[in-house]
Design a protein around this ligand. Structure first.
Ligand SMILES: [Zn+2]
Ligand SMILES: [Zn+2]
Length: 125
């Protein structure tokens, strides 16, 4: 599969039993239907999978008109409910979601309190 934003190769990245595709160029992540919601519930998924540069992610976030890498349909960009500062691209046909590097970390850390909890969790580990 090729990245819908930068056309680099995407390779498989797995966390526990969930497998996503990660772009080797821009670090963007491809989630099949609801995978991002499943992964959000798994502790540490964002650190394991969203390893790209958030700076590059912000640059790639400017690219909004892309075709779904799975079914080739034009994707829709939408603001994440509850976190309107995050804009992701979603396919209306297969419901896959593309997140730029850094967006999945942001998506998982809903509030500053969550961020704090994560910091403490790191110290305990
Ligand atoms: Zn890419
Ligand atoms: Zn699609």
């Amino acid at each position: 599969m090729l990245c819908p934003k930068c056309q680099s190769r995407m390779s498989k990245a797995a966390f526990q039993s969930v497998e996503v595709d990660r772009c080797e160029g821009c670090g963007g992540l491809w989630f099949d239907i609801l995978e991002h919601e499943d992964l959000k519930k798994l502790k540490g998924a964002e650190r394991a999978l969203d390893t790209g540069s958030p700076d590059l992610g912000r640059e790639m976030n400017q690219i909004r008109r892309i075709d779904c890498p799975v079914c080739r349909t034009g994707m829709v960009s939408l603001h994440v409910p509850d976190q309107p500062h995050i804009v992701v691209e979603q396919c209306a046909v297969c419901h896959g979601v593309f997140m730029d590097a850094g967006e999945f970390r942001d998506f998982v850390h809903r509030t500053p309190l969550d961020l704090l909890r994560d910091l403490f969790a790191d110290e305990e580990a």
